[in-house]
Design a protein. Sequence first.
Length: 616
Amino acid sequence: MRNKKILVPLALVAAAIVAVVWWSRSPTDSPMLADGPALLSTPQTRQDAAALRDRMDPAKSGWQSEAFAEAAAAPLKKLAMQMARGDLGQEEIAEIADAGCLSRALRPRQPREIRRDPHVVVRRATFGESDEADKLGTESLAAALNALMSTIVKGTETRVKLKITSVEMRPEGVETTIAYEASGRGSTGWIQQTGEWHCVWKQDAATPRIVSIRPHRWEEVETLQSERRWMSDCTQSVLGASVAFKQQLSYGLDHWLGRIERSHGMLYFRRQGLAVGDVNGDGLDDVYVCQAGGLPNRLFLQQADGTVADVSRAAGVDWLDSTSSALLVDLNNDGRQDLVLATAAGVLVQFNRGDGTFGRRALVAFDDSDVQALSAVDYDNDGDLDLYVTVDFASGTTRRREGLPGFLYHDANDGGINRLLRNDGGGKNGDWVFTDVTAEVGLDTHNRRHSLAASWEDYDNDGDLDLYVANDYGQNCLYRNGRDASGNVRFEEVAEAAGVVDFGSGMSVSWADYNRDGRMDLYVGNMFSTAGSRITTQDRFLPNTTPSRRALYRRFVKGNSLYRNDGPKGFREVDHSGAAMGRWAWSSQFADLDNDGWEDIVVANGYITTDDPGDL
C-alpha cells in the first residue's frame, strides 16, 4: 500500500550504505534471564532460568577456554584504554602482566614500505623467532607498548582494541592469539595500525596475567593530508534540511519497533537496501531508500547544490510495505529508469513516466515472501533487461506442500526458491509481462540455499553473463551461461568444479579484475567472529562429527573470501590478501576509491546498533 497521509513521524536510518539493526534489551527485561518473583512467578520458571544461566556460563558448561577468554577480556579492555591514553608505566602493566613477563618489540624497527602515493603510505612487517631476544619484566613490556603507539598522537580520537581470537589450554599456560587495532592522528594525517600477538598467560591466577607476548604481524596505514580523511560524513549537509530526515530518518529502528506493529512487517531483524540512479535525467544520481514495514520508502532527488529533495509522495513511490531491495533500471528501453521493488507482497515494477512520477506496471507474487535481493541482466542477449530475485526462507505453505528437509546450519537446503523473470515486454492491458523461466534455463539446480545476494559477470569471457549467488548457511552457487543443442540458453551449476563453493554465511558478492590480468575475480562477504574462531578450534566443539565437518564450521567464522580467476584452471582462493577480515560483513563492493586504476574493497559491517549498555 502507498502512504496517502502521514499522521505521525515515521522513520528509519537512511544512509549511503545499508545499516544493520537489532532490537536489544537489558537482560533484566527478559523473564527467562531475570531473577526474583516479580518476573519468575513459579518454581518451574525459576528452575528453567537457572538451568539456562548454567548453560550460558562457560565455566559450568565445560568450556574452560571461553571462561578464560571472558576473564581475560576485562584486563585487556583496560589495557587498551591505557594504551590510548598513552605513557604506560610499570604500574599499569603490573595489573595485567606477570613481574617476570617476557616481551619483544611490538613495532618493527625496519618495516617494509609496500605502498606510497601522494595520499597514503602502507608499511608491513612479519616477525620471526630470530628477530629479537626476549626482554624480561614489566618495564620492558611498557616500553614496547609505548613504542608501538609512538606514531599516534594521544587524544580523544585515539582508539585501541584488543580481542582474543584463539585459546589453547595447556598445562604450562594458556596460549592465545590477540588481534590488535589502533587508530588516531599522526604527525602528517591519520594512522591506523593492525597486528597479531601470540601471548602466554598464567592459568591459575584469579586475574589472568601475561607471562610472554610476541608479535606475529604488524601493519600501519598513514594518510599524508593532515586535516582530511578519505571519507567525510555529509549526512547533515545533504539530508539535514529534509523533513523526511528530521521526522523519519534521524531515528533508529529501535525507536520504531515499539511504535509500529509486527503485522506490518516491522521486525527487529530485517535487511533494507537502497538504489542509486538518475531518475529525472538531469545527470545527477538520485537515491531510493527502502524501509521496514510501516515506514514509507523514500525517493530523494539530488539538487544542484548537493542537497536532496524528498519527492516520495509526489512520485507515487512512498510504499509502506516492507521492502528489502530496489533497482533503478530501464526495463522498456525508453531511456528512463524504472523502479523495481522486492516487497513482502512480491516484486513490484513501476515505470518512469518522465514527468517525475511512476506508474505501476507489474506485480509478480511468489509462494515464498522472504524476497531479499534483486539484480537486472540481459541473460539471453535479446536487448532488454530481465530480473533475478533471491529468496531466503521458504514459507510455511511451501514447506508443507513440498516436504522440505529440516534446517541444517552448515549446508541448509530448505530455503525459498530464487526466480529468473524474463522480460517479455508489454501485455494487452498495458501491464508488463515477466515470465518465470527459472526451471526452463536450468537455474532450479541447488535452488533452496537461503540466498541473500546475486551478481552477474562474464567470468569466462565467452560473451554472455554468468551468475554467482551468495547463500547463507552453506555453499554458494556459480551458474555458467551457455547454450544447449537447440541453441537455447541453459545454465550449468559449476561452483565446485570452479573452486568457489565457499561454505559460509554468504551475504554479498562483487566482481572485479583486481589484479588486472583480464579476468574477473570474485569477492564474497561472509562473517568474521572472534568467539567463533576460538570455539570451532576446541576439541569440545562437535566432538562426534567428522574432521571435514569441523573444518566447514571453522570456515564459517573466518571472514570474507577473495577468489582469483585463473582462467581454464578455475578460481584460486587468495588466503593472504588482507581482505578476509571484514568483521561481521553484510555487504561488499569493489570500487576504485582513489582513482589509481586498482580496485579497492568497501565492506559494510556490524550487528547491534541500538542502545545496549552491555555492548562492546
